[in-house]
Design a protein around this ligand. Structure first.
Ligand code: HEC
Length: 154
C-alpha cells in the first residue's frame, strides 16, 4: 500500500517537473526559456557548492559566470516586442517589459556588469568568501528582474 502511494507521489513530482520545464514552448519564448534554464541549472550547481552541500569546484563557478555573460549579452534580443514574444507559449514574461523597456534593459545591463565583475573576481582571487559574495551579488540581479518582470509563481 505504502509502496503504491509512494510511486504515485513520485509520478506527480515528475509530472510537475515536466510542466515547469515548458518543453512545449516554441519560437522566441522557447529560446529565452532555454537560456534562462541553462543559467538556472548552473546557478543551482554553484549555490549548492557555496551552501556546503557539494564540494567547491572552481571550474563550475567559471562556467556559470561565462554562461551568465553569454546569455546576458543576448538577453535583450530574446525579448522582441512581437505578439509571439508577448503572449506565446504560456510565457511568464510580463507586458511591463515592453512598457518599461528602458528599466528592463537597465536590469539586463546591471546583470551583465555583475557577471563580468564575477569573472574578474574569479581571475583575481581564490578566496572562497570573496567568490561567494560576488556570486550571490550576481544572482541577486536574477531575482530582482524576476520580481519585477516575471509573473509571480502561484
Ligand atoms: C533582466 C531580467 C532577467 C534577468 C537578469 C534574469 N532573468 Fe530569468 N527570466 C526573466 C523573465 C522575464 C522570465 C520569463 C520568460 C518567459 O516565460 O518568457 C525568466 C525566466 C526564468 C526561468 C524560467 C524558465 C522557464 O523555462 O520558464 C529561469 C529558470 C530563470 N529565468 C533563471 C534566471 C537566472 C538563474 C538568472 C540569473 C543568473 C536570470 N534568470 C536572470 C527575466 C530575467
Amino acid at each position: 500500500m505504502n509502496k503504491i502511494l509512494l510511486s504515485v507521489t513520485a509520478l506527480c513530482i515528475i509530472g510537475t517537473g515536466l510542466a515547469y520545464s515548458h518543453t512545449d514552448a516554441t519560437g522566441i519564448v522557447k529560446e529565452r526559456m532555454d537560456a534562462m534554464e541553462d543559467m538556472g541549472d548552473k546557478s543551482k550547481i554553484v549555490a549548492n557548492m557555496f551552501k556546503g552541500k557539494t564540494e567547491f569546484n572552481a571550474a563550475a563557478l567559471s562556467d556559470a559566470a561565462d554562461t551568465f555573460v553569454q546569455h546576458g549579452t543576448s538577453m535583450s534580443a530574446l525579448f522582441p516586442d512581437t505578439d509571439a514574444s508577448r503572449t506565446g507559449s504560456k510565457t511568464e514574461a510580463l507586458p511591463k517589459i515592453w512598457d518599461e523597456w528602458r528599466e528592463f534593459t537597465t536590469m539586463v545591463e546591471d546583470f551583465i556588469s555583475s557577471s563580468e565583475a564575477l569573472q574578474a573576481t574569479i581571475k583575481g582571487t581564490e578566496d572562497i568568501g570573496t567568490l561567494k559574495k560576488a556570486f550571490f551579488k550576481t544572482t541577486k540581479n536574477c531575482s530582482s528582474c524576476h520580481k519585477r518582470f516575471r509573473k509571480p509563481k502561484d
